[in-house]
Every structure is written in C-alpha cells, then in structure tokens.
Design a protein around this ligand. Sequence first.
Ligand code: SF4
Length: 364
Amino acid sequence: MKFLDEYRDANAARKLRQLIAGKTTRPWTLMEICGGQTHTIVRYGIDELLPPSIALVHGPGCPVCVTPLELIDKAIAIASQPGVVFCSFGDMLRVPGSRGDLFGVKANGGDVRVVYSPLDALKLAEQHPNRTVVFFAVGFETTAPANAMAVWQARQRRVKNFAVLVSHVLVPPAMNAILSSPTNRVQGFLAAGHVCTVMGYEEYEPLAARFRVPIVVTGFEPLDLLEGIYRCVCLLEEGRHGVENQYTRAVRREGNPHARQLIERVFAIGDRKWRGIGTIPASGYRLRPEFADFDAGRRFAVADLAVAESQECISGLILQGIQKPHECPAFGTRCKPDHPLGATMVSSEGACAAYYHYGRRKAE
Ligand code: SF4
C-alpha cells in the first residue's frame, strides 16, 4: 500500500468487518485515545459497521480539549500584556476561556499570531528583540520534540526574549487512570499511532501486563482502525493481553530515540491537570529547571486562576468512556461548536464536536 485511497478501500473494509463479526462472540468495549482516530471513526461510521456487541468509546485524545480552562485564561492574560507577541497553532485561538478567547485579544489590538512551528516563533523572537515572543506549547508527546527543539535552540542561540507556555499531556498515565477507576468499562485500547511514532510502545507493555488488557498501536485511516479493532478483538476473544503494532509503516517499538532524547533533556515529568478529568499524577511535561528562563508561566506573574466548569457538562464521563456525546442533555442544543460548554466540544478533534459535525444528533 502506498497511497491514501488504499487505506479507504470499501472492499477491504467489508472483509475486515466480516472478520471482526466472525471473531466476536460476546460484548467488548474498546477505547481510542486520539482525536484523529475519533474523527475517522465518526466520519466513516466505523462504529456503526461493527457488530452491535462491540462498543467504541472515545478517550481523552484531543490535546486542545484537555487543556485546562485556567491555562487558556493564563494564555489570554499573557497575550494581553503590552510588548508580547503571542504565538500559537490556529486551533487554540478560538478555544474559549472563562471570559473570551485569543481571537478576542487580537481583535482588541493584542499581537496574537498563528504559526506553523515553534521554530517560527523562535525566529520571530530573533527578528523582534524588543518584544517578548511566547509560544503556546500544547499537545501530547507528538508535538513535544518540536517544542523541546525550540527551547533548546533558544538557549543555544541566546535568544532571551523567547518563552513557552507549556501544556503537554502524556497518554500512558491517562490510560492508567482510566483502567484504575472503579467505574472503568474499557477492555481494550487502540493506542495513538502518532504518539507511538515518537515514543514507541515500550511504555504500554507494563500497563497491558498490570491490567491484563490488549493494546493495539493503530493508525488513522479507516482500514487502520478496522484492522486495529480486529486485532484487539482477537486478543480479547483468545484471552490474551499485550501490545501489538498495527501501524508498522510508522511505528517502531523504541519510537524515535533522537526525539525522545531531546524531550528528556528539556522536559521533566510532573503532575498535570486535564480539563474534564482533573489532576493525573505524572501525566505532563514541564520545563527542567535549567530551562526555567524560557518558562512563560514563571516569567509572567499571572496569578493562578480558579475557574468553574459548566455544571451540566459530562465531558469528564465521555473522556473516560463512561458516556457518549449524544447522551449529554446539552448536546446540540445549549452546547454547539460555536458555543461550547465543555472540553470535548471546543476543538474539531473533540468527541462531542465530531458527533455534532457528522450528524450524530440522537442518543443510540
Ligand atoms: S455536549 Fe457540550 S456540555 Fe455536553 S458533554 Fe459535550 S462538551 Fe460537555
């Protein structure tokens, strides 16, 4: 296979569906932890192709969605300060904080810019030595190498007017939290292919052994997902656990050692709050003390902001696979993409936004 269309071939999809149906003898609940996979599943109706006894639930796989409201407010406060050029990927600009968003800061005269790489933000800092350029470093392990590289380069090139506001979250601790919950119903995971491209899948092996669950590293196209589901169902039906790699065209067990080494040099692991879920121990990256000068949270003395989430939002339950988006009473009525009440509607990768976008309006 070489081209994108081949991963969307209808005949191959039908064969995989038959294989899954032929293998399934009882109910199973599987979770993907990747907004891109959620998007593909809902867009192509993969969940509706499967035997009714297989339930797909959607985990906390959208980094924009799990960025805490307090941090959005902190970004807005920093971006509003005179002399600051605030840089971000485009998807963060429309994410609402408790009182507005970064687009609003821009509309009011703030210097908020969309960049395509943290290295572009670093270049801006070199071009504007009298301004402070802040990059909003949001994401899973996937985007950590580029952010680490920007900080590393800033130190090498002595760019003192560059800083990052870090909100990196890590997948394995979130899976651990889900599996440890007394209300957990997830029996198998589709691990995110892009995260494993960087990190490999060694970290998932102790999880699979401890909780006796199958974890299949899976890509993003429809056939990737169907094959990942098939392999997960095979492991479950045969009473086996462990980690398998469906996404062999991109993922090696050890991941990308150069990228991992760079991450380890720049970031340390610490506790991190996930929007809709709460604090998960050792689930995020923060800058190591030797890079503290590049920490925007430290450089700008913005007080910690306490923000209340909507009382009617059930995104915490959705992110843990306990409920589905259209089971929320506010879904599609009081909560829509242009007026999101909670974590999973704020980004197009969020599960609620995907359900809304692809017309899943009624509860099953
Ligand atoms: S539909 Fe809106 S309010 Fe309901 S769970 Fe999703 S984000 Fe929260």
